[in-house]
Design a protein around this ligand. Structure first.
Ligand code: ASP
Length: 474
């Protein structure tokens, strides 16, 4: 017989069934033993009476979190014992069989208590237990539903999902790379992708036309707020787009997601307002303004979703410490072209005063958080080379680092553009959670440690040798 989930038990009234799960709690009332049996769907009350001696004695040994099978009959509860607050509150299971699969030591913290009362380092060390909490489980369920909806929505819009490599070469997106030493080529390293940016652009050269990926990105940044060294993006790219095509796609995706998965929430303004970077800075002094209304008490409604697009960012910013121009988004971002201008004229204009030109770049903002960003791209090799020069790259460096892209663009490249949305942050906001760690199954601490696996960790001298590495300790 297929598995019966606890939430379905009321449908089996007066029938014999088997249930599997964890002992959530045990109560003894006089001679009767009650347990609440829990699986991922719900809890149900199980009753052991002394007349079934053998299983009654076994039930006497049960403790919280033991893993068991119950055979039993689904009985209606006496009227005065019904619990209208829970879905299985009108029934109980009269146990006729009990099998113990696994005993459990007492847990390092009580999973029925609110997680805020438990030290977060302890929660992360025992994350597999922390995830037994209903709230965290629900976060993972909704994360799954969101990703599934995204996949369906984009598939319906002619996008296909393509995996791109994790072992790759450094991509300049403004952060430090994580690197992986090569065993076969002494002294050489792979870099983990800060995003699939170059691959998705190369896929446009391949004629894929519409790509997306639920992509893992890796950025070795110093601890800054609520960040993770690895995080998940919805990454997408399309060819022949206008900025409006991309923004509308994202708006419609969010609209469907909110209607289908968060029907209690309300999008404040649709289509999402579009605010220029300059206006955002002048009016809100922020490029990710929080546009929610405040009530009389100065509170914001957690069910109100104030999305906006911030557009028309400057192309470059002056990096004071390094005394050079840096890309506001990344070097592949297209400058806004003036009408009638040739590419050579654009290059001349941008080189003259790099601080002035605007970019075809857009950010997606939600309730004061930046939840995504993207741009139309440069597909003219000449213009791209000029941008690299302004960013301070020498010509040998340009061909070493970006030669593959410039070459690819010489074989017929369509104009293209895309965007990436930070899924962890979006799910955090939609689930009303205070931190992205609450919506990631196995997050790291703010300073990049996995307390459960104890990573990072040392590796033994044999591994180091194979990788042609010496550390200060070895
Ligand atoms: N790769 C960019 C990022 O991670 C997004 C994009 O330009 O599509 O921010």
């Amino acid at each position: 017989m297929s598995r019966i989930w606890i939430e379905k038990t009321p449908e089996y009234l007066n029938k014999e069934i088997s249930l599997y799960g964890w002992v959530d709690s045990r109560r003894d009332h006089g001679k009767i033993i009650f347990i609440d049996l829990r699986d991922k769907t719900d809890k149900v009350q199980v009753v052991f009476s002394p007349d079934k001696e053998e299983i009654y004695d076994l039930a006497g040994k049960l403790r919280s979190e033991w893993v068991i099978e119950i055979k039993g009959k689904v009985n209606p509860r006496p009227e005065n014992m019904q619990n209208p607050k829970i879905a299985t509150g009108k029934i109980e299971i009269e146990a006729t069989g009990l099998k113990i699969f696994s005993q459990a030591n007492s847990l390092p913290f009580d999973i029925s208590n609110k997680s805020e009362s438990v030290n977060e380092e302890v929660r992360l060390k025992y994350r597999y237990l922390d995830l037994r909490r209903q709230r965290l489980y629900q976060n993972l369920v909704n994360r799954h539903r969101i990703i599934k909806l995204i996949r369906d929505f984009l598939s319906d819009n002619n996008f296909i999902e393509i995996e791109t490599p994790i072992l790759t070469k450094s991509t300049p997106e403004g952060a430090r790379d994580y690197v992986v030493p090569s065993r076969l080529e002494a002294g050489k390293f792979y870099a983990l992708p800060q995003s699939p940016q170059q691959y998705k652009q190369l896929l446009m050269v391949s004629g894929i036309e519409r790509y997306f990926q639920i992509a893992r990105c890796f950025r070795d940044e110093d601890t800054r707020g609520d960040r993770q060294p690895e995080f998940t993006q919805l990454d997408l790219e399309m060819d022949f787009p206008t900025q409006n095509d991309i923004l509308q796609l994202i708006e419609n995706l969010f609209k469907e997601l909110i209607i289908k998965i968060y029907p209690d929430k309300r999008i404040k303004e649709f289509p999402f307002p579009r605010i220029s970077y300059q206006e955002a800075m002048e009016r809100y002094n922020s490029d990710r303004p929080d546009l929610r209304e405040e009530n009389d008490k100065g509170e914001k409604d957690p069910n109100e979703l104030a999305f906006a697009f911030v557009v028309d960012f400057p192309l470059f910013e002056w990096k004071k410490e390094e005394k050079r121009w840096g890309a506001v988004h990344h070097p592949f971002t297209r400058p806004k072209l003036e009408s009638g201008e040739t590419i050579s004229q654009t290059i001349e204009r941008i080189k003259k005063d790099p601080g002035i030109p605007l970019a075809d770049q857009y950010d997606c903002v939600l309730n004061g958080n930046e939840v995504g960003g993207g741009s139309l791209r440069i597909s003219e090799p000449k213009l791209l080379e000029a941008i690299f020069e302004i960013l301070g790259h020498q010509s040998e460096e340009i061909s070493a680092k970006f030669g593959h892209l410039l070459k690819a663009f010489s074989y017929g490249v369509p104009p293209h553009g895309g965007i990436a949305l930070g899924l962890d942050r979006i799910i955090m906001i939609l689930q009303n959670e205070p931190s992205i760690r609450e919506v990631i199954a196995f997050p790291k601490t703010g300073d990049g440690r996995d307390l459960m696996m104890e990573a990072p960790s040392t590796i033994d001298s044999k591994q180091l040798k194979e990788l042609h590495l010496k550390t200060f300790n070895s």
